[in-house]
Design a protein around this ligand. Sequence first.
Ligand code: G3P
Length: 219
Amino acid sequence: MKFFIDTANLDEIREAHDLGVLDGVTTNPSLMAKEGISGEANIKAHYKAICNIVEDKVSAEVIATDYEGMVREGKELAKLDDKIVVKIPMIRDGVKAIHYFHSEGIRTNCTLIFSSGQALLAAKAGASYVSPFIGRLDDIAIDGLELIGQIVHIYQNYGYETEVLAASVRHTMHLIKCAELGADVVTCPLKVITGLLKHPLTDSGLAQFLADHAKAASK
Ligand code: G3P
C-alpha cells in the first residue's frame, strides 16, 4: 500500500519523507490556499518544490471546470515534472478531459468521488487514480469505507488498472480499514500516519527493557 500525504505544507512533506514511509503527495485548491500559495508562477514553483522532496507521484489539481480549460491547465501542470498527476474533478467535462489525457499518456487523479458509479466512469475514461472521499461521506452518515470496498471489488471484476486512492482519510482506523479493503493508496494528514506508531504496550515494554538493562548494568 502506498502512503501519500494530503497537504501542500513543505515542512510536513519533509517530515513524512524523513520518516522513510512516504510515497507521494496530494494537494487541492483548498490546501494550496491554506499555505497562502496563489498566482500561476507561485503555484507552479510550489508544485516543483514538492516534486523535489518526494520520490513518487504529486497530484496537482486544475481550477478550470470546462474541457478546454482543464486540458490547457493539465498540460501545463504535467510539463512541470514527471511526478505530476493531473487532478480532475468528477464532472462531465472532467471525464472527457481524463479520456484526453489518457490518450496522451498523461496521468490523472479523478477527485471528488462519492459513488461507485462515478468510480466506474472514471476508470472507463482511463483515470490513473480515483479519489473517493471517505471522511466526507462519514460526515453525512454514509459509510465511506463501504464505498472503498465496492470500488476495489468492481475494479477487480474487470481488471481495471485505475488505482483506488482513499482520500479524506481522517484517522488511523480509516487508514487500517482501507488497507484491509485493498485500497492501493491512502492520502491523509501526517498525524494519521504517525498515529500508526502508537501502542501503550510498546511504550511500557520499552520502559521495562530499559529499566532491566539499567538494573543489570548497576550490579
Ligand atoms: O484529498 C481530499 C481531502 O483533502 C479532503 O479531506 O478532510 O477535507 O474531507 P477533508
